[in-house]
Design a protein around this ligand. Structure first.
Ligand code: ACO
Length: 284
């Protein structure tokens, strides 16, 4: 499915070791998949690159995202996800709702004729493009300016952290279109803002701006648009200053904390700390 959605034409030049190597990912057709991927040392940057279409997302883009996750060079510790142009992403490419769909890709009209299992498998393939951003070994940062609608909001929510420009406009539009948010966004949204606020936000499809996003914890910081790139760079540098193994172990603990009792979490802390201290002091 992934290769088919890519038109079978993914060229992926991997990183070539340590230092400031640069990797690129591109697809020759149809007109690329609208993504750029670069690796510079321990920082990888994924750029949604269809600014003329406000970075509208397609199955091919989600497949390419999944492939980036599968082939992420081992040295990468921070992944920045950003959008070219005035908007982070205006969500799903609305052509997917038309009978013709996006050229070379399956439309919803044809997908609707599939059996439940096969159809859910298609959605699972799309979700793969988002899920890898939560891996403990990396910290993902969404740099969000302008509109982040539907799939755009969900991509930002798929990241661990969100740095936003003061013109950001988050909107979960799926219910207004007769759909549910299904690109892994409902859990982080409910976890961050709480179920009542998430219901209100999704079912009214209202827009959430920068000040409210910071207040609700949907964004770590809001800055003027001209300072967005620098703010992300500063955050990445601060994250990279922390020991790699300690960062991954701490992220593992924090991610699991909401699903555990205090006693379970205390036990998990002990396990991680024993491993850390043994690693630091050389005993095994
Ligand atoms: N899918 C396909 N094309 C899009 C999309 C989209 N989601 N969003 C914008 N575009 C295209 C427009 O058709 C237009 O193309 P054109 O220049 O060929 O006419 C171009 O991008 C620029 O769009 P404008 O509307 O002119 O840009 P503007 O900055 O004024 O508005 C906005 C941006 C508010 C994001 C508007 O484009 C919009 O409402 N888009 C649709 C949003 C949407 O409903 N997304 C689906 C959410 S649900 C989900 O993701 C599952």
């Amino acid at each position: 499915m992934a290769e088919a959605a890519m038109g079978g034409n993914l060229e992926h030049a991997r990183g070539r070791g340590e230092g400031s190597d640069v990797s690129t990912i591109s697809a020759a057709e149809p007109a690329g998949v609208g993504l750029r991927f670069e690796v510079d040392g321990e920082i990888a940057t994924v750029t949604l690159d269809r600014p003329d279409k406000r970075n509208a997302q397609t199955f091919a883009m989600w497949s390419a995202l999944a492939r980036i996750g599968e082939t992420l060079p081992e040295q990468v510790r921070v992944v920045v996800v950003k959008g070219e142009g005035p908007s982070f992403s205006a969500g799903i490419d609305l052509r997917m709702f038309t009978p013709e769909g996006v050229p070379g890709q399956e439309s919803f009209a044809s997908a609707a004729t599939l059996g439940d299992t096969e159809f859910e498998q298609r959605i699972a393939e799309a979700q793969k493009g988002f899920l890898w951003l939560r891996r403990p070994e990396i910290v993902s940062i969404a740099a969000v300016q302008g509109h982040a609608i539907g799939a755009g909001f969900q991509l930002a929510l798929a990241c661990d952290l969100r740095v936003v420009a003061d013109d950001v406009k988050f909107c979960m539009k799926e219910p207004a279109l007769g759909l549910v948010p299904d690109l892994t966004g409902t859990k982080p949204l409910a976890d961050i803002v709480g179920v009542p606020r998430a219901i209100e936000m999704c079912l009214t499809a209202r827009t959430v701006g920068a000040a409210e996003a910071v207040r609700l914890g949907l964004a770590e910081i809001a800055v003027p648009t001209s300072e967005l790139a620098q703010a992300v760079q500063d955050l990445a540098a601060a994250l990279l200053a922390t020991d790699r193994a300690a960062a991954a172990a701490t992220k593992r603990l924090l991610q699991a904390a909401p699903g555990r009792t205090l006693e379970e979490q205390a036990a998990a802390e002990r396990v991680e700390q024993v491993a850390r201290i043994r690693a630091l002091f050389g005993a095994s």
